[in-house]
Design a protein around this ligand. Structure first.
Ligand SMILES: [Zn+2]
Length: 468
């Protein structure tokens, strides 16, 4: 059978890939203990954690926390046989083995609950009795550069680690709650960020236009969406396609999620080195491309627009619901429509949806609600290959495994720029966008549900409700 493409240019015969995992699912890591699901809670797992803690101290240590001090790196000390050290290591190892993006340590009255976020959803993975919890928290605070004796104020920090020869880090945050301190870590895995642009799930025409847009020498390129919609992965993947030897590429980030090997200067934003301050300084350093993690305030946006107008390519993100609404958001942030019109190269809006588990997915008939919400036609229902996972050991009973993006792209074509200059006219912008082949995220998501990559429910949750 030949390869077929649908009317939206998706190539549905290409192999499905579970992207946007917290860590690389293909790294061949052994010793994987997968928590079984919501109902096997979870004394067993605490035992598994303790159990594993005894096994990390062989001849070659698989996991270690490291402390970075002014450019140099040393292993974090600690009683090798101490239970707290072992448990801490196991919490990280289990998370890294299971594609976890965030680790939550949640204090309850008599225990500390451990929860992992996987494919965007939190799962209980175990708990620790309070005595041990204290020692584990102390170790984590130490590793992340927080003050151990401070338990009345929120603190944040960064934890560096090595696992099976890979260097990883976590952004850590701690806040005193009613029952103790709640500690949350976002795992930052360089491997997960080294994603190929062509594998994020963009329809073929969107990918082609986007690839062309990021090669443009100057202007403003934006990726938009809520937190956790994969914006950073898209930016990193796009930067990877640029030639960093012949161009001066700089980044301003919070946090730095991926460290480039060469030629790219990255700056972590801090209280003293703010986005505007670093951006202004970089502009004096002869940049070609500046990637700004997020433009949170009018000042950063103004500098970004000015940089884009004066011969630099600026790539950044904004929190907006869809691509066209982004124009209005920039105007709300005090940007002049005629300047936006002059600088705009492209706006990509995106969401992540969960992929059907390839092991347990079954043909599926959309419900009446889903038919209405997605506006499915009789033809869609007849020809669509709708599917849904029933749940198996491979997907922890959820029916889903891995995630993929749904996208909408607007280019700064001359016609669209004219519409932007009159930013009050939303419908005019939509019309101009449609004439360049713009399709909404909902349409892209619908195509992905029709092809059985994901369920109608995922699309409705990710796109439809937020587009209302
Ligand atoms: Zn499954």
């Amino acid at each position: 059978m030949g390869r077929t493409k649908d009317r939206f240019g998706h190539d549905f015969n290409s192999q499905q890939q579970g992207l946007y995992c917290g860590s690389n699912p293909n790294s061949g890591i052994r010793g994987f203990r997968r928590p079984k699901g919501p109902d096997s809670v979870n004394e067993k797992h605490t035992m598994a954690l303790l159990d594993q803690s005894q096994t990390n101290y062989g001849a070659a240590k698989r996991f270690r926390l490291v402390l970075r001090e002014q450019g140099s790196i040393r292993e974090m000390g600690g009683e090798d046989m101490s239970i707290a050290v072992g448990i801490t290591d196991s919490i990280f190892m289990n998370a890294l083995d299971t594609g976890t993006s965030d680790i939550h340590l949640q204090p309850e009255r008599d225990q500390l609950k451990i929860r992992y976020r996987q494919d965007g959803v939190l799962h209980d993975t175990g708990q620790l009795p309070s005595e041990q919890a204290q020692n584990v928290l102390a170790r984590l605070k130490l590793a992340s550069g927080m003050r151990i004796d401070e338990n009345r104020e929120p603190q944040d920090g960064r934890i560096d680690m090595e696992y099976l020869g890979r260097r990883l880090s976590a952004r850590a945050s701690c806040i005193p709650c009613l029952n103790g301190e709640k500690f949350v870590m976002r795992l930052l895995d360089p491997n997960a960020m080294k994603v190929d642009l062509s594998k994020l799930g963009m329809p073929e025409d969107v990918l082609r236009k986007w690839q062309k847009a990021v090669q443009i020498p100057y202007g403003l390129i934006l990726v938009t969406g809520p937190t956790g919609s994969g914006k950073t992965s898209t930016l990193y993947a796009s930067l990877h396609t640029l030639d960093s030897r012949t161009r001066n590429i700089v980044t301003v980030e919070d946090p730095i999620e991926y460290e480039y090997d060469r030629n790219i200067a990255q700056v972590q934003v801090t209280e003293r080195m703010t986005f505007p301050k670093v951006m202004r300084t970089f502009l004096r350093q002869d940049p070609d491309v500046m990637m700004v993690g997020e433009m949170r305030d009018p000042e950063s946006l103004a500098i970004g627009i000015q940089a884009g107008l004066t011969g630099h390519l600026v790539m950044s993100t904004l929190h907006t619901n869809n691509a066209i609404e982004t124009i209005g958001r920039m105007v709300d942030m005090n940007a002049e429509p005629y300047l936006i019109s002059g600088v705009l190269v492209a706006i990509l809006a995106q969401r992540l949806v969960r992929l059907n588990c390839p092991k347990c997915r079954q043909p599926y008939k959309p419900t009446e609600d889903e038919v209405r919400s997605l506006d499915l036609t009789d033809e869609d229902l007849e020809k669509g290959r709708f599917a849904k996972g029933v749940g198996c050991g491979d997907c922890r009973g959820t029916g889903y495994k891995g995630r993929i993006g749904v996208f909408e792209l607007v280019l700064g074509t001359p016609e669209f720029r004219v519409a932007v200059a009159k930013a009050s006219d939303y419908l005019g912008m939509v019309e101009a966008a449609k004439r360049q082949g713009y399709r909404t995220m909902l349409e892209d998501g619908k195509a992905k549900a029709l092809a059985g990559w994901t369920t109608p429910d995922e699309i409705i949750k990710a796109v439809y409700t937020q587009a209302m």
